[in-house]
Write a protein that binds this ligand. Sequence first.
Ligand SMILES: Cc1cc2nc3c(=O)[nH]c(=O)nc-3n(C[C@H](O)[C@H](O)[C@H](O)COP(=O)(O)OP(=O)(O)OC[C@H]3O[C@@H](n4cnc5c(N)ncnc54)[C@H](O)[C@@H]3O)c2cc1C
Length: 515
Amino acid sequence: MHTDARELEDGTLIEGDLCIVGAGAAGISMALEWAGTSHDVILLEGGGFEVEAQMQDRYRGDIVGQPYFPLNAARLHAFGGTTGHWAGFCAPYDPIDFEEREWVPHSGWPIGREELDPYYQRAHELVELGPYAYDAAYWTQQNPSRKALPLSEEVVRTKMWQFSPPTRFGHAYRDDITEADTIRLYTYANAVEVEANDSVRAVEGIRVKTPNGKAHRVSARRYVLACGAIQNARLLLASNRKAPEGLGNDHDLVGRYFMEHIEMPGAQLVLAEPRPLALYMHTFFETTARGEVALTAEAQRTRAILNGTASLNPGVYDALRGTFQQLTPEWVEQNLQLSPEEMERRRARSRQDTSRQPAFPARRAFKLFTRQEQAPNPHSRVTLTDEADALGMPRVALDWQLTALDKRSMRTFYEVLGQEVGRSGVGRVRLLEWLQDDEAGWPDFVSGGWHHMGTARMHDDPRQGVVDADGKVHGIGNLYVAGSAVYPTAGAANPTLTLIALTLRLSDHLKATAD
Ligand SMILES: Cc1cc2nc3c(=O)[nH]c(=O)nc-3n(C[C@H](O)[C@H](O)[C@H](O)COP(=O)(O)OP(=O)(O)OC[C@H]3O[C@@H](n4cnc5c(N)ncnc54)[C@H](O)[C@@H]3O)c2cc1C
């Protein structure tokens, strides 16, 4: 059932069993789990069904640290959330991502990868991926033209990725949500405050405002915040009537440890002889999986570095101007000329048959594009500012901060890769100028991957985490956080598949503990 909250009588009280705040990847994944159950679910979405400038303005905020993308462009405030323009690159986190690594301060999840495996499989269906298969050998077996580079397997591994169409949750699941008897979706229903009881041990309600000036209230038994990492932190911090520092913030952790993936060019690879390297290539409509080069967990441990991968893109970087010369512009242009129907036909074909492999010409030169986790850093954070948005809610400032470990890890990654590539006679790796010296710092703009993580981190100890291993806010009996806000470390893979898996796990927990 769908209701436009702007049309409700001012001051309406909405009651139910479970209130989910935010209808993006996390919120919709959770709500779908409750369709057809006997539980009465309220799904609050701040925006409407389409992206609107007025609603995007709620996300505007200050950038006070490392330069970053404008916040009102980095997330979508509409039903479906940021899946409205995500790219669909998916991979599960590696087992090492969950471990406590002594060289990475504040690392370690309270759960391991094996705990998430069954949920990753279910998440695959929601984002329309192929088989839950991330072993490069599987993909080579399907088509032997996909050969891994002949590098030492003790040092270098192939990290596999799969590509969602990409699934736009706002379109793909709109009918499932609005037609479900037990789900009541309210659009233009912005949560502006989570109201705690006097002892701050439980949540009693959510204050909701609409863009046309109405104020409503939601009362439920349990509440899940699924607004995205920056907005979840904003909502917790702004809910400060009973807890002056904000909800869940007794230990000054909410908003801290903001993490991104460092996604930028790092080096170039020149092969001794031309190769197609089909395993590592990708075209948007014809490949559903591809590999990236990464270092093994052991190689990361030995060098005490963060996890990262590099994708191989045809061409070379122009070292002088920072631009690159595309060696094969033809295939890019050809792909852009495809009609939507043709794109869909090709996607469907490659999804049905995982052995299908487009032909790639043999080339010598490849750009190496980095994806790397950043180390958790308490100084990298989201705070509230004195400015309020149109609904009277304080805006945020993002102070994104990197550390020396981030840069050393990126340099070391390419040095180790270069040694292996040279030793095996495969070719040569050349690091970009700025990366050759740790003292040289970062370039003016360090690109993130548009991934927001870590502002309500998960830890068994309330002094080190905002939520526990189930996603429940420490100290508050009925408040939960879903999404990548809870990540203690960022992993090297894009975050959405993992946040959906965690959301499904949280949903199972809520069902198992329902009255
Ligand atoms: C350009 C781009 C490319 C990306 N590509 C990839 C990729 O290839 N792979 C990948 O894994 N990830 C990618 N991402 C990241 C991905 O989009 C996010 O990880 C994912 O959408 C997060 O899901 P979420 O549900 O936590 O947040 P969102 O999808 O942002 O959803 C949050 C929802 O909450 C609503 N909301 C917010 N505040 C309130 C409030 N106060 N009251 C009520 N509702 C509220 C919002 O309107 C929204 O619907 C990309 C992101 C961008 C911007």
